[in-house]
Ligand binder design. Sequence first.
Ligand code: C2E
Ligand code: CA
Ligand code: CA
Length: 723
Amino acid sequence: MAVANIFKGIGGTRKPGAGAYGNANLRLEVLEDFENAGSGWLWATDAAGHLIYISEHAAAKLECPLEQLLAQPLAALFEPDLEDGDSSGRSLNFRLTAHNKIADTPVRFAPSRAERTAWWSLSGQPKFDANGEFVGYRGSAKDITTEYERKLEDLHLSEYDSLTGLANRHRMGRQLGQTLSAFKAAKRSCALMMLDLDRFKAVNDTMGHPAGDDLLKQVAQRLRRVIGERGEIGRLGGDEFQIILPDIDDRGKLGELSDKLIQMISQPYPIGDKRASIGTSVGIAIAPYDGLEMEELISHSDLALYAAKHGGRGQFRFYSADLKSEAEERRLVDEDLRAALLNDELELHYQPVVRASDHVVIGFEGLARWQHPERGAVGPNVFIPIAEESNLINELGEWALRRACTDATHWPETVRVAVNVSARQFTNPAFVGIVEAALAESGLAPGRLELELTETIFMGDSEETDATFRALKGLGVRLALDDFGTGYSSLSYLRSAPFDKIKVDRTFVDSCTEKDQNSAKIIAAIIGLSDALNMETTVEGVEAFDQYHVVCDKGARYIQGWIYSKALPQQQILENIAAQNFRIEPAGPDRHRSERRSMFRRVGVIHEDHRYEALMRELSRTGASIEGLLGVPVGTGLVLDMGGGQLVVCTVMRVAEHKLGVEFETPLVSDGAGGLCTRHRVSPYALAAAGMPLVALSEGQPIPTLVGGGQPSRPQFVQVVAA
Ligand code: C2E
Ligand code: CA
Ligand code: CA
């Protein structure tokens, strides 16, 4: 078919006076010249959208034989750039079938057929015959590959971080804004995670910026591997990352995902012929529960991240409304702790480490104790992380070292003393000197001092770490790896570091008697591993006999736990020594129960359509004890309102007057900070559907009983706690 025939009638204005034949000939000539010039081509389709004509030059340019192009559906050969703002995201096929005019639309030659990517600017007009029947398209095209690829590149640069290839702050902001507003309409949820690397600055400073860049690239790769298709990852700048996770609001799943991220990020990184390690903290806020608007959700995930960073080594944290008061609380504790150190108000207590075969005490671990004049006993889990945030940990640590060395000189020479050392102390250049001085001043034999280190010391520059290890071994002190299995658990640390002992973390012991748990196997594996490496193992946190039997069965030789003794003041240790009490008989409950935290917390109890106020006195993953209701039969189904939209369905298992023992239908999950929370919360969308304003949840906010239809409800039980 001749070009002229196909293009007859398109855009042509007939010049008056030109003869029909001569005109057509001239036109053909013009068209052929146009095609030969190579700056543009012509094309045509039939009514079914199949290509029936395309300039030979075009085929040559596409490096595709003409026969492979003709008779193909145009929409299968080319695809528009769906991200391109002008194309309104409609497929080419859509526009062709709708018989829309096509004007300068950038399309890509479908790459599966092509040697190289080619971009065309496509224009075309639908053509109708005399009866108004659609007969196909007639159009033109030109190659815009060079310009368009440059445009895409610019676009990419403005949307993506050039170092890691992750989305940049600009893109993440736009994506989050769009997602949140679309999801609000569709009543969907979306989690936002903020990550901040721990000790990245140290790597950057000591190993140099190129090393830092390399590390960030590897971090990005690991993040991609963990997150996969689940969400979009961005680098906001520096060592700050953000992840948008649509349609996830299960805090159990988010906690697991965070743990996985923390684990992955914390494995060592090969950089050139060196090795570097970093950690990360994760803060999480979930729309619509923690915020509906972008600013609110971002600031709340930031607050959660801030709390996670203050909580100690690689942690995640969920946003909750009380995080704001927590920050203030931390500041107060920090002030008081400073004063307590100055006034010598801290004490070091000692918990025995016992040889399981004959129950003989072989050493003690020093544990800091603080009796606050107003607050009462403040636990080290509260004040050590706060001290770690400031330089206070160096002073506190030095005090503990001196105290422990001095106290141990009053014990039998066969008994060792262990002291906890924070990563911050370990990386302090003065640390080795401080240990040396504590030994010299007390006169304690170096072999009797054991320093308990956690895996966080491996964060940062590995050469500095190795040098400190060598210096400490040079002094003759022993080194123990504490809390093994909780944080980073990289075997490569064990290979190179000269540890004398591994301490198996209490969390494995806690769950080693539960069915379907791998904990018992992990304990056995750690013991096997340390045997192979010629290290000792101490299993920590054994409380009950069922645990005791499991860990002994798995090969534990040294045990530290309440089954033998809690930490005792030096005075008590000295009395025991004087009485020649070097053996401790194990004593404890037969069976371990999920840890119950004692507390004093007001909760709502919902039964049928009535809401009561009660006190929660104990809480574990699987149940709680509640005070304040009389006359509740065993077996009653209740719903606890724990605040902040957390409703827990439970059944009454035990009753003693106004005390109820309840068991939860679904176990609680970790809130990342040693506390517990529900997997799911009442959705603000559901509350809005029940007539309340659509706002994020707030902490103490009680959930109104959604049943009852406004009728005053009649209580079936007697409430004995003041509302
Ligand atoms: P850690 O080093 O893992 O110490 C063991 C913790 O487990 C201690 O908690 C101990 O009282 C507790 N524990 C031992 N056996 C049992 C048991 O059978 N059941 C239960 N439920 N707990 C048991 P503690 O004294 O509260 O110390 C908490 C953490 O605070 C320590 O964990 C350690 O990381 C840190 N810490 C304590 N004193 C110091 C210190 O002087 N310096 C530094 N840097 N950290 C310290
Ligand atoms: Ca310890
Ligand atoms: Ca420990």
